[in-house]
Ligand binder design. Structure first.
Ligand SMILES: CCCCCCCCCCCCCCC/C=C/C(=O)SCCNC(=O)CCNC(=O)[C@H](O)C(C)(C)COP(=O)(O)OP(=O)(O)OC[C@H]1O[C@@H](n2cnc3c(N)ncnc32)[C@H](O)[C@@H]1OP(=O)(O)O
Ligand SMILES: Cc1cc2nc3c(=O)[nH]c(=O)nc-3n(C[C@H](O)[C@H](O)[C@H](O)COP(=O)(O)OP(=O)(O)OC[C@H]3O[C@@H](n4cnc5c(N)ncnc54)[C@H](O)[C@@H]3O)c2cc1C
Length: 645
């Protein structure tokens, strides 16, 4: 099953080898539990391990393999980030996609060797979503052939970029490019921030950390201001865009080609989110198979809480989602790598499809992942609330994904733009022009669903029902938009009046895509035993997801209430059928205890012994009487007692 999750036996067994290798190297392990460390201690500890990784990487992984590097980072550094997180996640991808060969020779090779540390500085105090209104400016000075970076007011300060505050000495900075008074929109520049020897900020640079956050606190998200800071013309990233010495601007083959680092993260983060969801579910499912509380049959002993239907309903649909997301994530990574190659040859035709797909997936997957992790926390009762479970940290890190790389409700609208265009083609009788991702919009719907009406063993009837719902909502929302426009609203005003409905269409389209990705993967499985278990999980998934959106199919009679009853019964049937495999389904992700960092979710299942040992190790228990008691509480009690006398 691990080979299914990790897209092949080769990587699944490499993961095992890497974990086994690390198990024998205590210097790579956390020196104490992360929840007991201050932020400063965590950063120090992470830097120590990062240095070890850099030194010994070649002995443990093939450094050219992104997945092996990712696994090494998960095991050793963990999810709370590290001082070079953005270096790998965005700085290198930005240089790879946007720097010219000559620039790559100069900077990418140094970045890959870790001679320099970089980040991606785009968001500002006043603007994150609306990139066209960023306020940092890069004005071209023809005489000196330099760009002058400047922060004209406080809202123009770069704010949020990861590892900008303290760790990075370079950044790919996004700024509005002004040449001879003309604004050429957001462009990307390679900018030195700190002296390479002393690490002191360079003259004209104001820089620092933005302070503690909900989670992800090993990362020094930072602020950055420029005071008429000069960089050479050749620091504009020039793979696709160019500015000649005389200030002539050479347009790229696609207007949004500079957004590639964001598309990179959106493509990869689907897998990252699936893994964090699977972390939380591994912890909660294992714990639920140890925790005994209450009886189902009063003549029998107390049961494991995993026997309760409510507990299964709380956890198993999310287990199915984690599988669905990892399968969909593998597809987005493949598409991203393909688009990257095609763009190299000048073919930008798939950029819009990739942008639409990843915008929708990013939004739906992060939202459902956060929901699933929070349910996993509650499924652990009181112990879920303890940082010993580590689920609160996993939640805090994962939920950041709802905001970064484009706020979810904004990114759903990006997909909606694509859907509306497609609906326009359908309306104009040009369905043959629809791309493969939206071809279903042009198909004719049956009048009713055949779920429970025809003995089809596969998933075709479910897929058709999801297609019907997504098609209906897309065409309806587009019609609403067109209707407002026909009545005289500008497109922008009409758009704003229709966005709740448009975003609903985007979600339904994306949920259909996720179901289809799951079906595609299960159909490929050859081993009959694995196929059976995955088919059960997929059955659970389609029934749960369909119930969740059933209102759309009930309102036009596509599904009847008796069909809904059938779907519910199927759901309950598959909850019970999956129960014996539940622990194996989470164990199949093969997370080591080091990687999970959860006292509650350890493989040995010795929950109570482990919790007690953890509590005893708490720094507060080093002494029996705390200084705060000596200083305040004892005098308080003493004076209360004295006043009573
Ligand atoms: C290896 C194995 C496992 C790996 C696991 C990996 C784990 C993952 C790592 C996790 C990393 C965690 C670190 C995260 C750090 C976070 C970083 C950041 O947050 S960086 C900052 C991100 N910021 C944003 O995302 C800002 C969001 N805003 C935008 O993207 C844009 O402003 C906008 C797209 C919302 C709007 O842009 P605008 O220029 O105004 O365009 P329009 O809306 O007018 O659209 C015009 C037109 O362009 C199309 N478009 C837009 N973007 C793109 C694109 N990227 N590609 C292609 N086309 C694009 C848009 O659809 C419109 O098309 P049209 O045909 O006109 O409809
Ligand atoms: C953990 C974390 C890491 C980050 N790392 C980086 C980094 O490395 N580099 C970097 O540059 N940035 C980074 N960011 C910033 C991040 O990319 C932005 O915060 C994000 O893109 C959202 O933008 P915003 O903050 O401007 O939100 P806003 O746009 O101000 O959103 C506020 C609200 O307004 C709504 N809204 C905004 N515009 C519209 C619209 N057009 N239509 C409808 N509703 C709208 C949103 O839906 C939301 O509800 C990070 C953020 C976080 C949380």
């Amino acid at each position: 099953m691990a080979a299914q999750i990790y897209s092949g036996e080769k990587y699944a067994s490499r993961r095992r080898e890497i974990s086994a290798n690390l198990a024998k190297r205590p210097e790579f392990h956390d020196s104490k539990p992360l929840p007991f460390m201050t932020r400063e201690e965590k950063i120090l500890e992470s830097s120590r391990k990062l240095t070890l990784i850099s030194k010994h990487m070649n002995e443990i992984i093939d450094p050219s393999d992104k997945r092996e590097l990712y696994h090494l980072n998960c095991e050793v550094l963990g999810i709370e980030g590290n001082p070079m997180a953005l270096h790998g996640d965005m700085f290198i991808p930005a240089l790879t996609a946007q720097a010219s060969d000559e620039q790559q020779e100069k900077w990418l090779s140094r970045a890959l060797r870790r001679e320099i540390i970089g980040t991606y500085a785009q968001t500002e105090l006043g603007h994150g979503t609306n990139l066209r209104k960023l306020e940092t400016i890069a004005t071209y000075d023809v005489d000196t052939q330099e760009f002058v970076l400047h922060t004209p007011q406080i809202t123009a300060l770069k704010w949020w970029p990861g590892n900008l505050g303290k760790s990075s000495n370079y950044a790919v900075v996004v700024a509005l490019m002004i040449i001879k008074g003309k604004n050429y929109g957001p462009q990307t520049f390679m900018v030195p921030l700190r002296d390479e020897k002393t690490h002191q900020p360079l003259k004209g640079i104001t820089i620092g950390d933005i302070g503690p956050k909900l989670a992800y606190n090993i990362v020094d998200n930072g602020f950055l201001g420029f005071d008429h800071y000069r960089i050479p013309r050749t620091n504009l990233l020039m793979r696709h865009t160019r500015v000649e010495p005389d200030g002539t601007f050479v347009k790229p083959p696609h207007a949004k080609i500079n957004y590639s680092a964001m598309v990179h993260v959106r493509s990869y983060m689907i897998t990252g989110q699936a893994i964090m969801l699977a972390y939380a579910l591994t912890i909660a499912t294992r714990y639920s198979s140890v925790r005994r509380q209450g009886q189902i049959d009063t003549t029998q002993p107390e049961v494991k809480v995993l026997e309760y239907q409510t507990q299964q309903h709380r956890l198993f649909p999310s287990i199915a989602r984690a599988y669905a997301f990892v399968f969909a994530g593998a597809e987005t990574v493949r598409l991203y790598e393909r688009v990257l190659q095609e763009v190299e040859t000048g073919n930008v035709s798939l950029m819009a499809d990739l942008h639409a797909l990843t915008s929708g997936l990013k939004s739906v997957v992060t939202h459902q992942t956060a929901q699933g992790i929070e349910q996993a926390r509650m499924a652990c009762g009181g112990h879920g609330y303890s940082q010993a479970s580590y689920i609160s940290e996993i939640f805090g890190v994962a939920v950041g994904g709802c905001t970064y790389e484009g706020e979810n409700l904004v990114m759903l609208q990006q997909l909606a733009r694509y859907l509306v265009k497609s609906a326009g083609l359908v309306q104009a009788g040009q369905s043959s022009k629809l791309g493969p991702l939206v071809a279903y919009l042009g198909a004719k719907s049956d009048s009713t669903s055949l779920i429970d009406r025809t003995p089809t063993p596969g998933f075709a009837e479910y897929v058709k029902t999801f297609q019907h719902i997504a098609r209906k909502q897309t065409l309806k929302a587009a019609q609403k938009l067109f209707g407002f426009m026909e009545k005289g609203d500008t497109r922008e005003v009409a758009w704003n009046k229709s966005t709740v409905e448009l975003n609903r269409a985007s979600r339904l389209h994306t949920r259909l895509y996720i179901v289809e990705a799951f079906v595609r993967r299960v159909e490929e499985v050859a081993d009959p035993r694995l196929k059976e278990v995955l088919t059960d999980l997929l059955r659970l998934h389609v029934n749960y997801e369909l119930l969740d959106v059933a209102a759309y199919a009930l309102e036009d009679g596509f599904l009847s209430s008796s069909q809904l009853d059938y779907i519910r019964e199927q759901l309950y049937f598959y909850l019970a059928k999956i129960r014996p495999n539940a622990v194996s389904l989470v164990d199949s992700w093969e997370f080591s205890d080091r990687e999970l960092r959860s006292v509650l979710g350890r493989r040995d299942g010795n929950v109570y012994e482990n919790l007690f040992a953890w509590a005893k190790a708490s720094p507060l228990n080093k002494t029996d009487v705390l200084p705060s008691v000596d200083k305040y509480l004892k005098p308080l009690m003493e004076s209360a007692r004295a006043s009573k006398l």
